[in-house]
Design a protein around this ligand. Structure first.
Ligand SMILES: C[S@@+](CC[C@H](N)C(=O)[O-])C[C@H]1O[C@@H](n2cnc3c(N)ncnc32)[C@H](O)[C@@H]1O
Length: 653
């Protein structure tokens, strides 16, 4: 048997627990072996995607064509690409100016003004400035009109300050005396030329002394949200921030004090209710330990906070990372991008645009960067790994010294389920190759290991213990992330990235879960979908809801991706899909006169006010008590509850 296969088998067979710890030595041996072979073989040349005028002009032209055909949103995306690839102030200015035209036509006037200011502050040709300024005046009038009409708060203002306005620039005189309009003028003054700021920006990024603290990065990234404010429906804004039912748990502060971490052979670690939950109660609220944007959202969403943004600004070095604000850009640089910047632009050429591999590589590299704080804490991580590996208790694996599962602690993050024993050899081997490639790129392309190595230096990789150590951490990251990551959906139906949420990763799956999740910024919030009694397990759904997928398909997917046989009530009893239930009125209560009578007052309340969420919760409680599933009315009621918190149109529910 060849050596690599033996090493993979050792990883599967020596697996001491189902969680992340206990495999460091075996993982290092496997990664070292692959690395050694990679270094010996003739690797393709690492050729990065760089900013360049040809691509910038090509995307601008693409944007122009889309603009002419009336496809404004698509044009905005093309102009954003043009901006990302621009390698001169002039090309950047063109991209901003053209994007402002599409934004103007889309009636996104505030965003339009931001881009006009950006173009004017760069090298926009003097001969074309007049037209741009005219557009700016028109956009400004439209904003003023809109603002005085609503007399409300103006959204999106921070970004103009964050991005390109300058306090030192003279402000244009206001045409009106009204205080709202004065405010508008203050925020949206068209600025004259400010010169090219790229060098200054780069300097400020490099010199930035923002510490790489996961907790703070996440909190700050929420602060930068401006466009989100507009999108949250008023009824939700009035609800205030979601509060954990019963307050935070002492053992797992991101969870409610009404749940407990438990372990069993059958379920591994999981969450059990120790107090009763009502529909809508918040069971957990958590920011991600690490999150990454999906490549298909590079030019529509902020690389750091993952929010949708029409005014993305570009990383000065690479054409792949764009941000909603300078604030997010600085946080991203400090947290991980200073290392990743070089690598992400290599991947498309290196991995032949295999999206799954690129996605996994970016995720594991991000996790490594976070757990070692940009490579500064490798020794500390090594010591901590030893402490963590000495705990053989599956329930408390990865708990901190003060006995907590901490959402922002590396030890806790690296303790999540790996499914190593159940994985096919080929899957582990593929992950080992991706991890070896990732650590090799870090060693030869960045200063992550304090210096840049040449390939020749790495012929005997055992001389540099940090390299196989970090490669092995990334191998663990592969298996952890493939079993635990959640897609992040800040806007219903739009998955903008993927996040590792430590506490949420302890939730097991059911195709008929008793909870649902939604996002506020990067924070994931889990709420009870129906009453949950003391002693019941908290279940989430891993993307195979019984209503939308037939049983065989669900079971196959769950087995292939999560390695267990789903025995939830929907699978066990082969419940029909939503379509079948609704078409055939399965479990309908219409013939149960008493129950219909009981629900009447709440339905009346809802007819009066479709946002009366208390009435919906009462209906769910009554149906939960008095019907068996599947039940047509229950489907409507829980759909309504979900839609309410997801902020989607309630009339469609
Ligand atoms: C995100 S983790 C959930 C927490 C996990 N039980 C643990 O021990 O950390 C996903 C893994 O948990 C296990 N799992 C999830 N739902 C399960 C269920 N309903 N029954 C049995 N195992 C389940 C599977 O091994 C799955 O790959």
């Amino acid at each position: 048997m060849d050596q690599a296969k033996q090493l993979v088998l050792a990883l599967k067979q020596n697996n001491k627990s189902h969680v992340g710890y206990g495999l460091q030595q075996e993982s290092e041996a496997l990664v070292s072996h692959i690395l050694q072979n990679m270094v010996k073989s003739s690797l393709p040349r690492f050729k990065p995607k760089m900013k360049n005028s040809k691509d910038s002009m090509r995307y601008r032209e693409e944007g122009n064509q889309r603009f002419v055909s009336g496809e404004d949103i698509e044009a905005i995306e093309s102009y954003t690409k043009s901006l990302a690839y621009a390698d001169s102030p002039e090309l950047m200015a063109y991209a901003y100016a053209n994007r402002s035209a599409a934004l103007y036509r889309k009636q996104l006037y505030e965003e339009c003004l931001i881009d006009i200011n950006a173009a004017l502050s760069l090298d926009y040709p003097a001969s074309k400035k007049k037209k741009l300024q005219e557009r700016g005046q028109n956009a400004m009038s439209a904003v003023m009109k809109r603002t005085s009409k609503s007399n409300g708060k103006l959204h999106g203002m921070n970004r103009i300050e964050n991005n390109h306005s300058s306090d030192t620039e003279p402000k244009e005189k206001c045409a009106s005396d009204s205080s709202v309009e004065n405010d508008v003028c203050e925020k949206f003054t068209l600025i004259p030329d400010m010169g090219f700021e790229m060098a200054a920006l780069e300097r400020s990024l490099t010199e930035s002394n923002i510490t790489c603290d996961v907790k703070n990065c996440s909190i700050n990234s929420l602060d930068c949200k401006t466009s989100r404010d507009i999108e949250i429906p008023e009824y939700l804004a009035n609800e205030g921030l979601p509060q954990l039912a019963y307050g935070p748990s002492k053992e797992a502060p991101s969870a409610s004090d009404g749940v407990q971490i438990t372990y069993s052979e059958k379920f591994g670690r999981h969450l059990i209710a120790t107090k009763a939950f009502k529909p809508g109660d918040v069971i957990a609220a958590e920011k991600p330990f690490a999150s990454v944007i999906y490549a298909e959202r590079y030019y529509t969403h902020c690389n750091h906070c993952l929010s949708k943004c029409y005014n993305l600004i570009a990383c000065p070095n690479c054409p792949m990372a764009l941000y909603c604000s300078n604030h997010c850009q600085k946080l991203a640089w400090a947290a991980a991008h200073q290392i990743e910047c070089r690598i992400i632009s290599l991947l498309p050429n290196l991995l032949n645009v295999d999206e799954d591999k690129i996605r996994m590589l970016t995720k594991i590299m991000r996790l490594l960067i976070m757990v070692t704080q940009n490579g500064m804490l490798i020794d500390e991580l090594r010591k901590d790994t030893e402490i963590a590996e000495s705990n053989s208790d599956s329930r408390t694996a990865g708990f901190t010294d003060d006995g907590k599962l901490d959402s922002f602690n590396s030890r806790s993050a690296l303790s999540l389920a790996t499914n190593m024993t159940s994985r096919p050899l080929i899957g582990i081997s593929a992950f080992a190759c991706i991890s070896s490639l990732a650590v090799l790129l870090l060693a030869v392309e960045t200063d992550f290991f304090k210096k840049k190595f040449s390939l020749a230096e790495l012929k005997d990789v055992s001389m540099y213990a940090d390299i196989p150590f970090c490669g092995a951490i990334m191998l663990r990251a592969c298996v952890i992330m493939s079993s635990n990551c959640f897609s992040i959906q800040q806007d219903p139906g739009i998955k903008s990235g993927s996040g590792l949420y430590v506490l949420h990763s302890l939730q097991n799956h059911s195709c008929a879960p008793n909870t649902f999740r939604h996002f506020e910024g990067l924070t994931m919030i889990t709420r009870a979908l129906e009453p949950i009694a003391v002693g019941e397990q908290i279940f989430t759904c891993y993307g195979t809801a019984h209503g939308c997928m037939p049983r065989n398909e669900r079971k196959k997917r769950i087995m292939e991706e999560y390695f267990f046989e789903c025995e939830c009530p929907a699978c066990y009893n082969d419940w029909p899909t939503y379509k079948e239930i609704l078409e055939n009125h399965i479990g309908s209560i219409t013939k149960n006169k008493d129950l219909v009578q009981k629900l009447k007052p709440f339905k009346k309340k809802l007819l009066k006010n479709k946002y009366d969420i208390h009435a919906v919760k009462s209906i769910i409680e009554i149906l939960h008590e008095e019907t068996t599933k599947p039940c047509e009315e229950m489907i409507h009621a829980v759909q309504f509850l979900k839609s309410y918190y997801l902020g989607v149109d309630l009339t469609a529910a």
